[in-house]
Design a protein around this ligand. Sequence first.
Ligand code: ATP
Length: 278
Amino acid sequence: MIRIEHLQKSYGATRAVDGIDLSVAPGELFAFLGPNGAGKTTTIRILTGLTRLSGGQVRLNGHDIESEPLAAKRQCGLVPQHINLDSELNVLENLDIHGRLFGMAPAFRRQKIEQLLAYVELEDRLHTLVKQLSGGLKRRLMIARALMHEPRILFLDEPTVGLDPAIRRRIWSLIKRVQQDGTTIFLTTHYIEEAEFLASRVAFIDRGRIVALDQPQALMAQLGHWAIDQMNGEGIQTRYFATRDEATQFSAGQDFGFTLRRVNLEDAFLALTGKKVM
Ligand code: ATP
């Protein structure tokens, strides 16, 4: 559904995207994970036609984004990082405008708006002004808007940034449901647990390059399954173990305090890039 070959984007001397190759299968939920400035948003902007690439090739459902930009764009729904709804308009109007821009007939627009508002559980907010919605409701409306023209691929750029943990989990359920209903999802995030929970495959991106790409479980298993964190003079030191027994055996001989826990995706990211995802 998404095929990216040698993708490059430069801003002056900055190589925001520096030779990315990857493919995403139909119905897959793929996550792009990386620290600030890694090139995640730039990649999504290129894939959704908001920025031109400097080199390489991208095909969305078989359509080349450079030679068939309109056909390629029709494949995509985008939920950008920053809320870009019309805050002076109500929920219904925001969705209706999007439908008009995509040339949807009035009857189909009405039917789709009704269906999507039920889907994101906003059906009782039809006439509420967007500026009166909470952050979580705005995010849900943005997802509904991106789905209006029935895209095959949904791009989500940091879909839960700034939301509290309970609301974040509601958005995760919604994203999972969209995937289960057949939409391919390309997600960028710097919330590790979001990628770990949602994605079937994850690419770690750092300074415009993919440094690892695999299933979350496979990336974590490279280190082991259990971790012990221990404070010493230089900060937190983490050791990895294949089994809980090995970890507890090690901890039995320790004089200092420690924490025993499961290995998580952040450990894998740290081990591969030497940095935290923040
Ligand atoms: P964040 O998590 O902060 O959104 P990101 O991984 O999405 O980060 P990008 O926004 O894609 O990263 O930025 C990648 C690099 O490209 C950064 O060095 C950034 O400063 C630079 N960059 C992005 N957009 C532009 C632009 N329009 N002009 C110049 N440089 C840019």
